[in-house]
Design a protein around this ligand. Structure first.
Ligand SMILES: Cc1cc2nc3c(=O)[nH]c(=O)nc-3n(C[C@H](O)[C@H](O)[C@H](O)COP(=O)(O)O)c2cc1C
Length: 163
């Protein structure tokens, strides 16, 4: 027999988990855990991330107009937990957690080196139907650790031990 769940529950739980990284106008890197992630369009390829205005990262993405979606492995649990609870408003999260990063190729944001997949996005639109601002990003590039690509450039998602 089924029962009704509370209407406050997060009713869709997409996996794998993601970490969104960004950079402010002074060059400071930041990142947060984001569960509100979805595909939006196949042509052009677009995705969306939902970030509430209370997050320090919100104004960064709004101002810079770009972000990177990173997919962490299970072994990144400690960093993931930290990035999803501490705020860049209070501390330099990259320095504190010794986050390894490199510059993205097309957007002004960091890529998390230890994550096997990172997707560079340029914000093309945003909307705020409720608590989260949904930033729609055009996918500019997808970086994948070589060992997780087949000969045709397809991503071998099943080989990664993603969170
Ligand atoms: C599993 C999980 C999922 C989360 N999903 C989101 C999300 O989709 N949107 C959001 O704004 N915050 C989300 N958060 C919260 C932020 O990651 C968290 O508040 C973070 O500390 C904000 O960092 P910042 O202030 O440096 O931007 C999530 C946290 C966790 C642990």
């Amino acid at each position: 027999m089924k029962k009704l769940a509370s209407n406050t529950v997060l009713c869709v739980q997409p996996l794998p988990q993601t970490i969104v990284s960004c950079r402010d106008k002074d060059g400071k890197n930041n990142a947060l855990v984001v569960g509100f992630v979805a595909n939006v369009s196949l042509d052009p390829v677009m995705v969306m991330v939902g970030i509430t205005p209370t997050r320090y990262s919100h104004h960064i993405v709004k101002e810079s107009g770009c972000f990177v979606i990173n997919f962490p492995k299970k072994s990144y649990k400690k960093e993931y937990g930290y990035l999803g609870s501490a705020s860049g408003r209070d501390e330099d999260k990259f320095a504190k957690a010794d986050i390894k990063w490199e510059d993205a190729t097309y957007v002004d944001a960091p890529i998390l080196t230890d994550c096997p997949v990172s997707i560079e996005c340029s914000v093309v639109d945003s909307t705020m139907p409720g608590t989260h601002e949904l930033f729609i990003g055009k996918v500019e590039a997808i970086h994948v650790d070589e060992e997780y690509l087949d000969a045709n450039g397809n991503i071998l998602w099943d080989k990664m031990d993603l969170m």
